[in-house]
Design a protein around this ligand. Structure first.
Ligand SMILES: Cc1cc2nc3c(=O)[nH]c(=O)nc-3n(C[C@H](O)[C@H](O)[C@H](O)COP(=O)(O)OP(=O)(O)OC[C@H]3O[C@@H](n4cnc5c(N)ncnc54)[C@H](O)[C@@H]3O)c2cc1C
Length: 386
């Protein structure tokens, strides 16, 4: 495969990329099929990735991270996409770490970040509910003060890493009458000292999805789950929406980076296939339709690469705003959907067979336009800035 050479790459990152690639080749690729069947990765994948410092590469060393920046995380997201993997929920895990790093109290950072970095704890974030996805103001899960604790009641749906998670950031209303200002984020440790789920917390079934089948996406239920007051993220009530808003650029760019890498992979894969496959006595690449379509997709991917590299450079400098990150998420997710569909067509009937990676990539790509904020919500955010 011929991969692009992002503008931000350097020799250290090249070395890092080769380590990441080796890790994926030995620890992820051979297991993908089995994980898709069991609907989650093996628990020890997290420990192995943690031992190599891959999980929180962009978190300072003082909290157990590897002291890198977003370029290191981009290398990981790209390599996972190049390997066709959407089962390892390291994206959500990194988001949880960033909530802690940027919004948590010093005690919360010291308590959780080292465990998230070494893979002892797996992170998840529980925002969506059966009645509230795009419109998070509609969240009905509540956290009510009870002495020095809070009692959490409600349910969540579509939670990535939900089956394996040890630490879940739960979005709950601390004052249901106060609108956005009544929303808070809680750090819920899911297991007690014996490794059992804490009282009142239940993980529902792993949901059966169209793609990304090795990723444990779950329903979660909270029935008077007791959490101490110091599990309130940042230590203050009513800051939930402000916390959610400030972490959006990181989350959206991360999704954009993965989407573009999948696009690049699909194009290379399709070029290889169309140059091999023959019809009417010639390689199907030689038909003008194939060459023009591939030229079109390639130019769109190259232009998208310039934009995403620019966003990566901006986030490293702390200058990426929410609108630009939303443009990246919208553009890359839509491009991914289009490229997967058009590339699949060149594989003919084989493209519809799951044993061909392009079929899997087509199925995996569909959700990019839905999670992390739908394409329509991205357009809303962009439109508001016009
Ligand atoms: C595989 C997967 C993993 C996920 N992981 C997580 C996770 O880890 N944590 C988590 O909290 N959530 C997660 N989600 C949930 C995801 O974020 C939501 O599905 C998404 O935000 C959309 O919400 P919804 O499904 O309720 O759709 P709805 O909000 O009901 O939207 C339905 C349709 O209406 C459109 N719509 C809604 N509002 C507007 C508007 N104002 N203008 C125009 N159109 C609008 C939407 O764009 C969409 O097309 C995941 C979802 C999936 C499928």
């Amino acid at each position: 495969m011929r991969y692009p050479n992002p503008s931000w790459m350097n020799s250290d990152l090249e070395f890092y990329r080769s380590n990441v690639r080796r890790f994926i080749e030995t620890e992820i690729t051979p297991n993908q099929h089995r994980w898709a069947k069991q609907q989650h990765v093996d628990r020890d994948l997290w420990n192995k990735a943690g031992d190599l410092g891959l999980l929180l590469a962009d978190v300072p060393e003082q909290y157990g991270g590897s002291d890198g920046d977003f370029t290191h995380m981009s290398v990981l997201f790209e390599e996972l996409a190049y390997a066709g993997d959407r089962s390892f929920g390291v994206h959500v895990h990194a988001i949880v770490a960033h909530y802690l790093l940027n919004q948590g109290t010093e005690a919360q950072k010291e308590k959780y970040l080292p465990k998230l970095a070494n893979g002892t704890m797996i992170g998840a974030i529980a925002m969506s509910e059966p009645g509230a996805g795009s419109d998070l103001q509609g969240v009905r899960t509540t956290a009510v003060k009870d002495g020095n604790d809070y009692l959490i009641n409600g349910s969540k749906i579509f939670i990535s890493n939900g089956y394996l998670a040890d630490l879940i950031i739960v979005v709950a209303k601390t004052d249901p009458t106060a609108g956005a200002k009544g929303t808070s984020l809680f750090l819920l440790e899911t297991k007690d000292a014996k490794g059992e789920n804490v009282k009142g917390f239940k993980v529902g079934r792993i949901l059966e999805k169209l793609g990304q089948k090795g990723q444990d996406t779950c329903e979660l239920f909270f029935d008077n789950v007791r959490v101490p007051a110091d599990s309130l993220l940042g230590g203050a009530e009513g800051r939930g929406f402000a916390h959610l808003m400030s972490e959006l650029p990181y989350e959206r760019l991360m999704l954009g980076v993965g989407a573009l890498a999948a696009v690049e992979m699909a194009i290379e894969m399709t070029l290889d296939y169309t140059k091999e496959r023959k019809a009417f006595g010639q390689a199907i690449f030689n038909f003008q339709n194939t060459r023009f379509k591939m030229a079109e997709l390639k130019s769109q991917a190259v232009v998208a690469r310039a934009f995403i590299d620019n966003c990566i450079e901006k986030i490293v400098q702390g200058k990426l705003d929410t609108v630009t990150a939303s443009i990246a998420k919208l553009h890359m997710s839509e491009l991914e959907g289009k490229v997967m569909d058009e590339c699949l067509q060149f594989f003919g009937g084989y493209g519809y067979m799951l044993e061909y990676p392009i079929a899997q990539m087509f199925a995996d790509a569909r959700v990019q336009r839905i999670y992390g904020g739908t394409s329509e919500i991205m357009k809303e955010i962009i439109a508001r800035s016009l």
